[in-house]
Design a protein around this ligand. Structure first.
Ligand code: C5P
Length: 306
């Protein structure tokens, strides 16, 4: 049963990550009139959807009884403030991480950022070994290094992107690099910390996700206020939302649920393999189907070898 859940959750994660990347890319190519949606509000909406979905799942687990649901939410969340507070740590780190990635993307070209961010595969393994006492053999470490190198190659900047990156100053490249490197450590730590909480305490994964979403919404609202407060008071919270925005937001919320299930039934290291597979899948779909992926000089020289 739990082996089935492990592979099911990993499979859904591959599907979810691939469709999110492709939908986001598609939404960027669409030309819309009026203001664009604010990503800071999308983060909050996704957190709220995640909480609603988790409340429904807890309701289903309590045999669809409203009284039982009410009791569980009271007993497990309101009456255990210290347990609930534990989730403020990964939630705060994830918020910081999302902001660091924003800094990284403003100072580095997208491809360099993606390649460097793959280092999180190794930081995740390091935290899993030190915080969860996981044992990795030489072959497992070696396969992680091969995985990281392979994914980095898939995302290697194309020649035109290399030209773009030359326009960024060395100073700002350094700031971007520091931001993405810090994000690699925060991603590894937050993921493994969440895994430790899930596997070492008895609260269900859905209760833990409600707690995570609660803090996520608070931190997210603070982000809306700080970054887009003026725009929201002028054109409203949902400015620029269209059907595609809602699809992206729902896919993001689904992502939070699936990531939690993957961490519970598999682990963070396997999550790294699943998201890597989805990077390769979305690159292939984008090359053969959307025809918007340009092979790099590295790919061309590989073609010369075969
Ligand atoms: O890059 P990384 O794999 O660390 O990103 C994890 C993402 O998953 C974060 O944006 C975090 O907000 C989200 N997450 C979530 N719910 C969880 C665990 C992670 O939404 N239970």
């Amino acid at each position: 049963m739990s082996a089935n859940l492990k592979y099911l959750s990993l499979g859904i994660l591959v599907f979810q990550t691939t469709s999110l990347v492709l939908t986001m890319r598609y939404s960027r190519t669409l030309k819309e009139e009026g203001p664009r949606y604010l990503s800071s509000t999308a983060v909050v909406v996704a957190e709220l959807l995640k909480i609603m979905a988790c409340v429904l799942l807890v309701y289903k687990d309590s045999k669809c009884s409203l009284r039982a649901l009410n009791r569980i939410l009271h007993d497990e969340i309101l009456n255990k403030p210290m347990e609930t507070l534990k989730l403020a740590i990964p939630s705060g780190i994830y918020t910081l991480q999302n902001n660091l990635l924003y800094v990284a993307l403003s100072n580095l070209d997208a491809a360099t950022y993606q390649v460097t961010y793959q280092l999180k595969i190794l930081t995740t393994a390091l935290f899993s070994v030190s915080m969860l006492s996981k044992k990795l053999g030489v072959y497992q470490w070696l396969s992680l290094v091969i995985l990281m190198t392979g994914v980095a190659f898939v995302q290697w900047p194309s020649d035109s992107q290399e030209l773009d990156s030359k326009e960024l100053s060395a100073g700002s490249q350094f700031v971007g690099l520091m931001a993405v490197l810090t994000a690699c450590f925060s991603s590894g730590f937050a993921g493994v910390y969440f895994e430790k909480i899930l596997k070492e305490t008895k609260q269900s994964v859905w209760i833990r996700n409600i707690q995570l979403g609660f803090f996520g919404s608070i931190f997210g609202l603070m982000g809306v206020y700080i970054y887009d407060g003026e725009l929201v008071s002028k054109d409203g919270f949902f400015q620029g939302y269209n059907r595609l925005t809602w699809i992206v937001v729902v896919l993001q919320a689904l992502g939070g649920l699936v990531i939690a299930a993957v961490i519970k039934y598999a682990d963070n290291i396997l999550k790294g393999f699943a998201t890597s597979l989805s990077i390769i899948l979305s690159t292939l779909i984008s090359y053969f189907w959307l025809q918007d992926f340009v092979p790099t000089s590295l790919c061309s020289s590989m073609k010369d070898w075969v």
